[in-house]
Design a binder for this molecule. Structure first.
Ligand code: HEM
Length: 355
């Protein structure tokens, strides 16, 4: 599906389009069963546990901390002639952000980052089947790691909340392994999606003439939404049809996989005027960058605030920020993001050129 209306229809109809492929007779390895792969009614209890846990956090305090850390990091990086926005800002900040939210120490980067990438590569296994098995093992190892948090929970943060409510959640039907796997999803989704959002948005703002100045003038939430629509970290999503359905004149049979090209839907000219243009005051902006329906992103408002504070500081304090090399993309299809993006925050001297 590439049309916005078709993607929306599928995302909001979990009765006919399942996230849980067992409903179409598929075997799903245990490490893969999580909030992301269950459907209502099984999905409801784990989704609500997480939702209540998200709501119980002091998100203002987290936001204030992240805003300060982003400002400090930018001030440090501004002393250098140039730096890699992805490896030196987006990734460490996203890891710090999600682990602070969870209430745990950040994992060792040398262990976590390759593991996380293996999981992302596995999302493209429909095209590259050899990526599937390593991703299943990586998910299992990350879930085991998340299980360690529950065995010895911190005092604050989402893990503390979940550990305190684990018994009542079990009584409401939340399986222990699903709980662990879902915390792995929060860690992974928080890190990968948020870091990619920061990298993609930086590339859009620093390679589109006038965009950084326009960002300062645009309403903040609208500007971040437009950056997500323009270059979404989550480009594709999948469902399996469980009841024969006609959509836009096409019959989809039970058992048919449905790939939703959210990135294309976000550029659908039937839904968005001038879709290839970055319009930071675009409103309304019903992009599908956070999905929609039963599985809509739980971290959307936090991710918007994180990106908002990073780019507000950048646009306000470093109006001369610019790219010194083209952004280099990572070779993934489901998640879109950068490998490297060399940037300078220093005033233009006229000597350096985009290489
Ligand atoms: C604060 C960081 C984030 C956290 C903690 C987070 C967490 C989650 C979780 C737990 C889910 C699964 C919900 C469910 O299946 O019921 C989810 C879904 C999703 N998230 Fe996020 N997320 C974050 C950031 C982002 C960002 C920045 C994007 C992209 C702009 C994004 C895009 C999505 C999408 C598209 C889905 C739907 C997946 C589906 O329909 O199967 N997330 N997120």
């Amino acid at each position: 599906m590439t049309r916005h209306s078709d993607c929306l229809s599928v995302l909001t109809d979990s009765a006919r389009f399942a996230s849980d492929w067992r409903r179409a007779g598929e075997d799903i390895p245990a490490p893969l069963l999580s909030v992301q792969t269950l459907d209502p009614p099984e999905h409801t209890a784990i989704r609500h546990l997480l939702l209540d846990g998200f709501r119980a956090q002091d998100r203002q305090a987290l936001h204030d901390t992240m805003e300060r850390e982003a400002a400090d990091l930018l001030a440090e990086l501004a002393l250098r002639p140039s730096f890699d926005f992805v490896g030196e800002l987006a990734e460490p900040l996203a890891l710090r952000f999600i682990t602070a939210f969870l209430g745990v120490d950040a994992p060792d980067q040398a262990w976590f980052v390759p593991m996380s990438r293996t999981v992302v590569d596995g999302m493209d296994a429909g095209l590259w089947p050899e990526k599937h098995e390593p991703a299943v093992s990586a998910r299992a190892r990350l879930a085991e790691y998340a299980g360690g948090w529950l065995a010895d929970p911190p005092k604050d943060g989402l893990i503390a909340y979940v550990a305190q409510h684990a018994e009542s959640a079990a009584a409401a039907g939340v399986d222990r392994a699903v709980l662990r796997n879902s915390l792995r999803v929060v860690l992974h989704a928080g890190y990968e999606s948020a870091s990619r959002l920061l990298g993609n948005a930086a590339a859009a703002l620093l390679t589109t003439p006038g965009a950084l100045t326009a960002f300062r003038r645009a309403p903040l939430a609208a500007a971040v939404d437009e950056l997500i629509r323009y270059d979404a970290p989550v480009q594709a999503d999948a469902r399996v049809c469980v009841t024969e359905t006609e959509l836009s004149g096409v019959t989809i049979r039970a058992g048919d996989p449905v790939t939703l090209l959210l990135g294309a839907a976000n550029h659908d000219p039937l839904r968005f005027a001038h879709p290839t243009e970055l319009r930071l005051d675009r409103a309304p902006n019903p992009h599908l960058g956070f999905g929609r329906g039963a599985h809509a992103c739980l971290g959307a408002s936090m991710a918007i605030r994180l990106a908002g504070s990073v780019f507000t500081t950048l646009a306000r304090d470093y109006p001369d920020a610019r790219a010194v090399a083209e952004p280099e993309h990572r070779r993934n299809l489901t998640l879109r993001g950068l490998d490297r993006f060399e940037v300078t925050l220093r005033p233009h001297t006229g000597e350096e050129e985009l290489s």
